[in-house]
Design a protein around this ligand. Structure first.
Ligand SMILES: [Zn+2]
Length: 139
């Protein structure tokens, strides 16, 4: 049961996370302008309660990365795959898969852009989860 919770999101969870998952919407403190990815009631920097939504942008740079050779169940078909810590233009850091390149082509500082892809598919329900991934920026 626990594995199922980890790999398959419920409909309410999908709805709740849809802004972050599909639009890369984040949040910003109106007072000190600090951006963050996860919504907060109080700014951790200045304690202001004035938080607003912002678009985080579709471009960023690779801060660090690793290659996954032993993925969790249901992600085997991606293996090996690259997971990176991406610093978006607004300063927020997010973790995501880096696609459309080989592991040896990724390096710290590589410019990337968001690409919406299938993240997982539940064999029992047929529910397909989409989400953001990153690919090397095309000039
Ligand atoms: Zn603040």
């Amino acid at each position: 049961m626990r594995k199922r919770w980890l790999l398959v999101a419920s409909a309410p969870q999908v709805w709740r996370e849809s802004k972050q998952r599909y639009k890369l919407i984040g949040f910003e403190c109106e007072n000190c302008k600090r951006p963050f990815f996860v919504e907060r009631v109080i700014c951790p920097n200045c304690k202001s309660r004035k938080i607003r939504e912002i678009r985080l942008g579709a471009e960023g740079t690779v801060e660090s990365f690793t290659v996954i050779f032993n993925p969790p169940k249901k992600f085997e078909y991606h293996s090996p795959y690259i997971i990176g810590l991406i610093k978006l233009k607004k300063g927020v850091k997010v973790i995501g898969q880096i696609v459309d390149c080989l592991p040896q082509e990724v390096k710290v500082g590589l410019e990337v852009e968001v690409s919406f892809r299938i993240v997982s598919k539940d064999e029992d329900t047929g529910l397909i989860m989409y989400g953001y991934k990153f690919r090397p920026k095309i000039y």
